[in-house]
Write a protein that binds this ligand. Structure first.
Ligand code: BGC
Length: 415
């Protein structure tokens, strides 16, 4: 039997141990819509369960442009958050500045190299060292459909761009807004990249928008892409400029609009509104893109910290993010699929199951492509420039396709 003294000592050691471990981390993210907020709350709870404190640093604004602007000013003023939602090549850009922490110890202990698809682990590393933890895989090339609205117009869910325009025309005649759109740069480009993938195919997409090949950008396929893109605008409503993406999704949920081109964070909104996939709403690949996959991986970069307790909290967050329990709960809310390989998908719906299968299949066939709109493909300066040129064309009904193509080609040369 233990003596009272021994028990007291053991308790004190336990409390001291806990105190030594309890840290606080400030986490920058832009998950403020209905579905996003539920997913963010799951992350917060996961960290809190480990005894650490979460300081929320949410900056509203779909696609994260505002969050990235705020992040820059915080880092420049020497007040970086502990973790920030940063993605794709931007991770490399931040790591180059020397502000990101090395997460190799967590990654090695948790076997991230074995648990992550290589296309993802490569993005999480700078010069071979982990600087970020991935949470999910979003598919961007989706079309969200309200089947009741289609029924009213006696129209069917389109599988090609020609069918899209037939369906859109029928909806217009029936007095339903065919396509819910939010006129913000990143939403314009989310539409544009799905049109480019559907009209030109994965090889064209990679050459034009990932490798930024001048001849492909100036070629006839891009002309067709721009023409199709502009035609799509004719099926959006006049209140689209400036509209947030989740308000556009709400239009489809309510049946005011029939379709939306958006990544599967939109599914998070349908789910948060109590809707059931397959009956209340459909997820179909963006027209012409059934055999391709535009991926968007959310990840948290970890900034260098000094306080050992906060460093412990940061490592705990990185570890928990990749744990199976979190991967499941978070992604069920978020609309995405787990990034961790080998996860059971039985609790996920058919949209997620299709996404998981297509992710693997398209990786094999070579048609798994990074989303430009969501910061997965090109350096941030080029991304900003090509997004601006595409939005200018979308917004200016007097701009010719030839002018737009010239502007896009010039923007792609930004270094
Ligand atoms: C992010 C998603 C987010 C969406 C809308 C995307 O760039 O990857 O996590 O839900 O923007 O805010």
């Amino acid at each position: 039997m233990q003596t009272l003294g021994a028990i007291t000592l053991a308790c004190a050691a336990l409390v001291a141990g806990q105190n030594a471990r309890a840290g606080e981390i400030e986490v920058l993210h832009w998950w403020t819509s209905g579905g996003e907020a539920k997913a963010a709350a799951a992350l917060k709870l996961t960290l809190q369960k480990s005894g650490h404190r979460w300081k929320d640093f949410a900056v509203a604004g779909g696609g994260g442009d505002s969050a990235m602007t705020v992040l820059k000013s915080r880092v420049v003023s020497g007040n970086a958050p502990s973790a920030a939602q940063i993605k794709g090549p931007s991770l490399q850009e931040w790591a180059q500045e020397g502000v990101l922490a090395n997460m190799d110890d967590v990654a090695q202990a948790e076997k991230w190299d074995e648990l992550l698809p290589k296309v993802v682990s490569d993005i999480m590393k700078y010069k071979g060292h982990y600087v970020a933890a991935p949470v999910n895989v979003h598919r961007v090339n989706w079309l969200w459909v309200n089947p009741a609205a289609l029924k009213k117009a006696n129209a069917k869910a389109p599988t090609t761009w020609d069918e899209f325009f037939t369906t859109a025309e029928a909806l217009k005649k029936a007095g339903i807004i065919p396509l819910a759109h939010g006129g913000q740069n990143w939403q314009d480009f989310t539409t544009f990249e799905s049109v480019a993938l559907g009209v030109g195919g994965a090889e064209f997409y990679k050459k034009a928008l990932v490798q930024l090949d001048p001849a492909t950008i100036s070629g006839p396929t891009m002309t067709k892409v721009l023409e199709t893109f502009k035609k799509v605008k004719g099926y959006t409503d006049k209140n689209a400029p400036g509209r947030d993406w989740n308000l556009a999704t709400a239009m489809v949920i309510k049946g005011e609009a029939a379709m939306q081109l958006m990544g599967d964070w939109a599914k998070g909104e349908f789910i948060a509104a109590g809707k059931t996939p397959g009956t209340d709403f459909l997820c179909v690949p963006a027209p012409g893109t059934a055999k391709a996959y535009t991926f968007n991986v959310d990840s948290f970069a970890m900034f260098k910290l000094k306080d050992p307790a906060n460093i412990a909290a940061q490592k705990e967050l990185a570890k928990e993010i990749m744990a199976p329990a979190f991967q499941e709960t978070f992604n069920l809310y978020k609309g995405s699929i787990p990034v961790r390989l080998g996860m059971k998908m039985d609790k996920f719906d058919d949209c997620a199951k299709t996404s998981a299968k297509d992710f693997v299949d398209t990786a094999k066939s070579g048609s798994l492509v990074p989303s430009i709109a969501h910061g997965m493909a090109v350096p941030s300066a080029v991304e900003g420039a090509i997004k601006d040129s595409v939005s200018q064309f979308w917004n200016d009904d007097k701009m010719s396709v030839a002018d737009a193509q010239g502007k896009l080609a010039a923007a792609a040369k930004t270094r």
